[in-house]
Design a protein around this ligand. Structure first.
Ligand code: ACO
Length: 432
């Protein structure tokens, strides 16, 4: 909806123009600059997209100053308390909470697709045992495009729906296969009588030589973590999926691009980095030394799991996970957890420190999640894979939203060129 105008004056030419201002349901309005180049011959410049809305979206809303996160309008705290990951997945994909019948149908569609092609399974043999699981997951998800190429027309809504069910169903199977490959154990086939997270734990931890009982506390904890990680509007990996998908690329390839973007320590890779950092800090006595390192820019040391591009307040997900740590560790009989104690003290000390106060740096979703993953037996190198499993739902929802928009265009940013101006080729014999 166009409500007001933003006046732009080019002082060099005296040319004035009015740019349309568009307001959404919540959050800051945007100045629509899509005709700026045509009318004024200039681009906008915003490295890191600090003040750029790259798209219109109806899926997720974040108010970073107030620490608010809504999925399709529902507060994350309510979804975390009352919902399940499958219900949240339906909500993100379809825009509304499902009826009982819709949820049952959706869940059984996901269960139906959990197996992966046997040939795909053999791809893992090509990886060295110590390959990082994110590299294996990204490669195998991309390879799925080879299995579903001719049958995938991105403009066919039914094909898009089957793709959504397939990738959400198969990503835990791929993740578990990566884990089993890393530890040298045989692959464990999915069990479709189990719910999403119980099945994942089964594929991770069962072995053929003895019965395996899924711990319901671990499955519940995982389900809650998956709800919290399911979407986060136009973050780096989601924007990557949108950009790759905007070319009309096979969606499995676009999701694989998202997995790769998530891997970085500034994004989803931070959960693995947090536990490495806590181990490096070791004891509460060492915290001041590490805070001093943070302030010394030449050290390049950052407090992992702290800070966020959008949240300038508590990340609401971090608050929920911190609470969850207390409960899950107590229920698993692991209340005495030195790394969790250290993380709590680190948060307390950092939040009183002028450096963190003045920059509005708070714990983010990754600060405490690794403590829970560790407690339920997930190895550290698999933490970001866990994040990727949950975020697949968000990636698919955004890809669907983009492809089903008839006005979609290829994403193609421009640049401020600062390289050499035009010059003539110098023959090799005449150089230097
Ligand atoms: N530790 C120490 N200082 C920090 C941290 C941190 N974790 N995060 C930001 N800062 C400082 C920066 O050095 C900078 O200080 P300066 O103004 O003196 O130069 C200031 O705070 C602003 O930081 P930017 O890097 O400009 O903020 P940006 O929005 O670009 O980065 C990011 C956000 C990448 C999340 C950053 O806070 C960070 O690196 N955090 C640690 C990694 C992490 O936890 N990532 C997970 C984010 S959540 C997610 O993606 C799932």
């Amino acid at each position: 909806m166009t409500e007001k105008k933003f006046e732009l004056v080019d002082r060099a030419t005296g040319k004035k123009s009015e740019l349309p201002v568009r307001s959404g349901t919540l959050g800051p309005a945007v100045v629509d600059i899509s005709n700026l180049y045509k009318e004024h011959g200039v681009f906008t410049y915003d490295p890191g997209f600090v003040a750029t809305a790259s798209t219109e979206s109806k899926i997720t809303y974040i108010d970073g100053d107030a620490g608010i996160l809504l999925y399709r309008g529902y507060p994350i705290e309510q979804l975390a308390e009352k919902s399940t990951f499958m219900e949240v997945a339906y909500l993100l994909l379809h825009g509304e909470l499902p009826t009982r019948k819709q949820l049952d149908e959706f869940t059984s569609n996901i269960r139906y697709h959990t197996m992966i092609n046997e040939t795909l399974l053999r791809f893992f043999n090509g990886f060295h045992h110590n390959a990082h699981p994110m590299a294996m997951v990204s490669a195998v998800v991309a390879s799925m495009s080879a299995f579903y190429h001719d049958t995938m027309d991105i403009h066919n809504p039914r094909h898009r729906e089957i793709f959504a069910h397939r990738i959400i169903a198969k990503i835990p199977t791929i993740a578990a296969a990566a884990h089993k490959h890393s530890v040298g154990q045989p692959f464990v086939y999915p069990r479709n009588d189990l719910d999403y997270c119980s099945n994942m734990l089964h594929m991770f931890f069962a072995v053929p030589c003895e019965p395996y009982q899924v711990d319901p506390i671990a499955a519940k904890a995982l389900d809650l973590l998956f709800i919290l990680h399911a979407d986060h509007e136009q973050n780096a990996s989601t924007s990557t999926v949108r950009l790759a998908g905007s070319t009309g690329a096979n969606p499995y390839a676009a999701i694989s691009a998202g997995v790769s973007a998530l891997w970085g320590p500034a994004h989803g890779g931070a959960n693995e980095a947090v536990l490495n950092m806590l181990e490096q800090i070791g004891t509460v006595d060492n915290i001041p030394k590490y805070l001093a390192m943070v302030k010394d820019k030449s050290s390049h040391f950052r407090l992992m799991g702290f800070g966020h591009r959008v949240y300038k307040n508590f990340d609401p997900r971090a608050k929920i996970i911190r609470e969850m740590c207390h409960k899950v560790l107590a229920r698993l009989g692991r209340s005495d957890n030195p790394l969790f104690e250290l993380a709590l003290r680190l948060e307390e000390i950092a939040l009183k420190d002028e450096y963190f106060i003045s920059r509005k740096l708070y714990p983010n979703v990754d600060f405490y999640s690794g403590i829970i993953y560790s407690a339920i037996g997930i190895p550290r190198s698999m933490f970001t894979v866990m994040f990727a499993i949950a975020r697949t739902v968000g990636w698919v929802a955004h890809w669907q939203e983009m492809i089903s928009d008839p006005t979609m265009r290829i994403g193609r940013p421009r640049q401020l060129y600062t390289g050499p101006a035009r010059r003539d080729y110098v023959d090799l014999s005449k150089r230097g």
